[in-house]
Design a protein around this ligand. Sequence first.
Ligand code: SF4
Ligand code: SF4
Length: 556
Amino acid sequence: MQEFIYYNKDGIDFPLPETILVTQSLTDIPQNEYIVSNTKGTQAELVADEIDFYIKNSQDSLASKIKNVEKLYEINATKFDFARDMLFKEEVNNTVLLICDNEQKSEVLRSMVPDEFDLFHVTEDIVKDLEGQIGNFTATVADGEKDVDLNISQVIWYNQKDIACKYSGIFDPVEEGLDDVLAQIRTNISNFEYRKVIAYDSSICQYHERREEVCGRCEGVCPTNAITKIDEVKHLEFSHVDCTNCGECFSVCPSGSLEYTPQGKESIYNVSTFYKDTHPLVVPSKMNLKSLEIEVKENVLPFVLDTALFLDESSLLTITQMSGSQVVIYNDYFSDSIKNSIQIINDVYQAKYKKDAILTASTEDELKEKLEEVSFIENSYVNYNQQGQRKREVFASRLEKLVGDQDYGTVKTGEVVHYGKVKINEANCTLCLSCVGACNVNALVANAEDNTLRLNSSICTACGYCESSCPEADCLTIERDVIELKPTWFKEEVLAQDTLFACVECGKEFATTKAVEKIANMMGPIFASNPVKQRTLYCCEDCKAKLMIKQGLLNA
Ligand code: SF4
Ligand code: SF4
């Protein structure tokens, strides 16, 4: 089956490999379903605008162009293979609520086909509540003394309140234009589809079922109702229908509990393998590459994403190391978390290679400048199989390879992306292991062989749950927002160690010496008048019970 198609009515002035069907006409092509096309005019799973952009603007030699055009098709096919997003359809009937004054209502009636919608009209002052989702909203409106619930599928709301922006299916003609709003409503009625782009792993989430709130950043950055915290049970709830695919929650998630299904870790890695010895130009599809009139120097190859805002320090380092080059990112908006991630990687690269890894451009002029500047970074290429690793592990493994056996000092990690180092005051630590139980990313672990408490700093998210779980005073603290660029950062480090205490009755080891001593110090004075009770403080559970029973019998 032919998977790739290239269409240009003027043809192309260099040959393309046989894997790509080249055509100057869309009327006489085989009616295949293609995987990748350079144009919307064919039945293709993916339309790759960057192909035309590259052909038109690249200064690569002819031989490189032929190779790279084929690569761009392969890259998109790989993206398609690794996408895990699912398409859903929602039933949307033609009930529409109109919230506006009478003049605006007349404007709507003039613009729509008579009776095309089952229309309800209310003025904003009587709307008391609006909840639900597209296809299934309930509006509570005041009707004289009583409240009435209206069930509607979509809402047109002139000068809508902020709350409305949080839902799909609520449209503001003042913002979007009435004709566009009506067109969108009609499209939704016949065919409302949405994608599930969030995959969630609650087992490493720093909010899920914790006694107190140490995370919840994804909800904080979500501009809609797509993520909600249920604080009573500490569960996250996802409304995929309200997700606008902005990508911010993924980059802000410290643990990697959230993954962007259209282009997850595996996709980024596998796509990145095509960028060795190129300068990746990372660009979200909304930036409309095709329309750019810009000279692109040799070896620059577009790396198109649905949205760039899901990128985090792990994915950025993957792209950078897999190319062995500086990377240019062209986007009109950079969220705080992506800025933070870029800063971390640039600081790391400055420490080792004395140059930035990532160059950003928000305007066409900046893009021209950065494309001139972009260069390879000698000895920075790193490839390894990162399959199955979590986000923090990918970053740690890649960073470890960059650091090698050298010490490049420390980098700060800023306001949004947090790394940290757990510190233990060993004198006060009883090795109760509450902190190990609290840590769900396995940064803190207990080693039963040598009775040690160990830390792998490189995967700690600095969430602070271990800090608040530690029962001892002046014992566990976290030095926040630091990454040490030296080999020990990536190795398990012993934070505390103890010996096991043997029961004075049976000799079985049952607790750490410090834990036994702590309890004995606390309870000793209380049991001072009773030597048997005092002895129980140094016994295992079984012997403790036996001794108490024996004492009870003797006393009887
Ligand atoms: S940002 Fe990540 S770790 Fe934090 S609450 Fe959201 S999913 Fe959980
Ligand atoms: S070591 Fe502590 S701060 Fe770090 S991830 Fe584990 S529980 Fe959170």
